[in-house]
Design a protein around this ligand. Structure first.
Ligand code: NOJ
Length: 713
């Protein structure tokens, strides 16, 4: 008998359920319910997994209890939310998505895995892959934005990065793709609310990133808190057993979200803990995180015949297999061993990577001529706003082991970058609250300055889990501060630090330049300085459509065609009476100090058959005066299909570095099969007909070059 069979044969019911139980330790609080002293549970075999603990000494100490003092010596699984870095904090995922660069996405995940593994962690609750189209939802910050194609690339890159080549290596983490089940579609962007999406939308928009994570070998998956049309995902057997395990062949571990098994009672689908436990287990959820529902409910569920021992055994086997794949049986102390520390690369390299990724994540939203870069001759700058000197906030809502005191504030970054410039700083107002007493002192500083940099936005805690907002404006008295500064008539560059797009049409109208600076991580201030001084020419592009008003949410580019498409001035078309239907900025938007132009869109051949591929090419020229990087988006539209297809669907992205005055060709090879879609019977179908091909620097259809390709029968 192999190791796992031997263990299974030796385990009591309590020990089996212990392997399916994960409880929160004390180093971080990521949900309701008190962290536990898990020692007794670990020794007795009633706890097989912990979350929210890190540190080589801390993790090894508790591992020792499992290995040396529990009856069967089964090592613990130690999980943590290593979402965008561990000790070195990279930009929040929404910001990282602005890179449109799978190689860098993978690199930051690799660096995070190395650091977390050095701290004894074996599994991360990441990547977060929820397609999000509603900026009211706070968790839009944690994922790759609105597009399923981008999210799928992100899924694969992150999974590869976290897991490395060998899951058992001392520097690898098991990835947990989360949160399966249209969490991004919660009603009105309100956290933990119900999602009511069609089967089609579920399969076309929300599930593809998870299929990509499975294809990339993700070790674990977490179902979302929400229900879809009355079926809480934690108990959704059709989704978890049917689609995920059955259709996709996922063999890994399903870990519930925090207390989600017990919450099946609150969802109204389970009458008591035994029923909740049985529903989740039968749906395929292996580990109950912080719910105690398996511990309390499974023995009773077994007695009532709601579950069988074979189902419990199947889950225990999957958990033990994961522990085996992670190398925990062979050496439970491999992660966090001093050797692991020595071999994992230098912290300086990781900070360098963090700075590069952070500056690439900055999106130049607007820029009047000459507003940026700042003149090298500038001698007096006013740095105003509540985020100018903030450090902890730069780390964003999931800071893992990151330390605010080690983060570079914008003030520090600019001070270091502009040694000959006097920088006067005042917050003016707090991030939230209505105290405006600091405004007049801030205005005094601006009066003497050649230019003003306004650092506005949200606190890190205003996005992320349990952080939905009904208003997409600036919190507190920040607008009053900003308008008072703008009224002075000085050149004003505004930086928006936030976990979501903010609807601030007045600011985009009035400021000379506005940049989305998200939460850029530990190197935030240096990255901002690199862009403002022109040391780095901005390349970030929006992975979400940016609304001009909260009333436009949910908002995304890949809309289905209307029978009455928007036509300004024509009442009986799809529009608002009191607001333009157009976004503030389209998906993919992001300016550069260079000026790029596209010419000569070609497709070859123009008529194709199944099994063939079409080559799309376009010429891109840097018509500006500085070297830069262009990002090109390839969209298609299936003009006539048995199910109406979106007006634009992303099929490819190219990034091209161009010196000033240079011109190059970008090409894509598009296999015809990528034109397939989910047909009426929910199987992929490839229908002959005419497809529009659009190539542009964003999803603004007016700016795209367009041609057609015909798919022959
Ligand atoms: C709840 C969150 O929804 C999930 O993303 C996270 O991984 C767990 N808490 C653990 O912290």
């Amino acid at each position: 008998m192999g190791r796992i069979d031997t263990l299974l044969a030796a385990m009591t019911l309590e020990e089996k359920i212990g392997q399916l139980t994960m409880v929160a330790s004390f180093r971080a609080v990521t949900g309701p319910g008190a962290p536990r002293d898990a020692a007794e549970g670990v020794r007795s075999g009633r706890i097989g997994a912990l979350l929210n603990l890190w540190g080589a000494d801390e993790t090894h100490a508790v591992q020792r209890l499992a290995v040396d003092e529990s009856r069967l010596g089964i090592p613990l699984l130690l999980g943590l939310d290593v979402v965008h870095g561990h000790r070195t904090i990279f930009p929040v995922p929404l910001a990282e998505a602005c890179l449109f660069d799978p190689a860098l996405w993978e690199k930051t995940a690799r660096a995070a895995a190395e650091e977390a593994a050095m701290d004894g962690v074996a599994l991360t609750f990441a990547p977060m892959l929820d397609v999000a189209r509603d900026p009211r939802w706070g968790r839009i910050v944690e994922g790759p934005g609105e597009d399923p194609w981008v999210a799928s690339q992100f899924a694969a890159a992150k999974t590869r990065g976290f897991q490395g080549h060998d899951l058992s290596a001392a520097d690898s983490l098991a990835a947990t793709a989360k949160h399966l089940g249209a969490y991004g579609a919660v009603t009105a962007g309100r956290e933990y609310a119900s999602a009511d999406v069609s089967e089609r939308t579920l399969h076309e928009i929300y599930l593809p990133p998870f299929a990509a994570a499975v294809a990339a070998g993700t070790a674990a998956i977490m179902p979302a808190f929400n229900d879809i049309a009355g079926a809480p995902t934690t108990a959704n057997a059709a989704l978890l057993q049917g689609w995920l395990r059955g259709h996709l062949g996922f063999r890994g571990v399903l870990i519930s979200d925090y207390n989600a098994v017990a919450e099946l009672i609150d969802h109204g689908v389970a009458g008591d803990t035994a029923e909740a436990a049985a529903l989740a287990l039968k749906a395929g959820v292996d580990i109950d995180m912080m719910g105690d529902a398996y511990a309390k409910g499974l023995p009773e569920a077994l007695r009532r015949g709601l579950v069988g021992m074979a189902e419990i055994d199947a889950s225990v086997r999957r958990v033990l297999e994961l522990k085996e794949r992670l190398g925990l049986f062979d050496d439970p102390y491999r992660r966090g061993a001093s050797g692991a520390r020595a071999t994992a690369g230098g912290a300086a390299d990781r900070r360098g990577l963090a700075r590069d990724v952070a500056r690439r994540a900055i999106v130049l939203l607007t820029c009047a001529r000459d507003a940026l870069p700042l003149s090298p001759d500038i001698r007096r700058l006013a740095l105003i706003g509540p985020l100018a000197a903030a450090r902890q906030e730069m780390l964003g809502p999931w800071a893992s082991a990151g330390r605010g005191e080690e983060a570079a504030s914008i003030l520090q970054g600019l001070t270091a970058a502009l040694p000959d410039c006097r920088i006067d700083h005042a917050a003016g107002v707090d991030i939230a609250g209505d105290d405006t007493r600091g405004v007049s002192a801030a205005l005094d500083l601006c009066r003497d300055a050649e230019a003003v940099v306004l650092c506005l936005g949200e606190a890190a805690s205003m996005s992320g889990e349990a952080a939905s907002r009904a208003d997409l404006g600036l919190p507190g008295a920040q607008r009053a501060l900003a308008e008072a500064v703008l009224d002075l008539g000085k050149p004003v560059v505004a930086l928006l630090c936030s976990g979501r797009p903010l609807a601030l049409p007045w600011l985009f109208e009035r400021a000379d330049a506005v940049l989305a600076a998200w939460f850029l991580g530990g190197e935030a201030g240096n990255a901002v300085a690199d862009v403002l001084t022109g040391k780095f020419n901005p390349t970030g592009k929006l992975p979400v459509t940016w609304p001009r008003h909260v009333g436009q949410a949910p908002i995304f580019y890949a809309q289905r065609p209307s029978g009455r498409p928007t036509k300004v001035g024509d009442r009986y078309t799809s529009s608002y009476l009191d607001l333009s239907a157009a976004p503030q900025f389209p998906f993919g938007h992001g300016l550069s100090f260079s000026r790029f132009a596209l010419h000569d869109l070609r497709r070859d051949p123009s008529r194709v058959k199944a099994g063939q591929a079409v080559t799309i090419s376009v010429s891109v020229a840097n018509e500006g005066g500085v070297d830069g990087e262009a990002t090109l988006f390839l969209f298609v539209r299936d003009l006539v299909a048995s199910v109406a297809r979106p007006v634009m669907e992303l099929k490819g992205v190219r990034k091209i570095v161009l010196t000033a005055g240079a011109r190059e060709q970008a090409t894509w090879r598009l296999p015809v099969e990528t034109l397939a879609f989910i047909g009426r019977g929910f199987d992929p179908v490839l229908e002959p007909g005419v497809f529009e091909v659009h190539v542009g620097l964003s999803a603004d259809p007016i700016e795209c070059l367009t041609d057609v390709v015909e798919l022959l029968r």
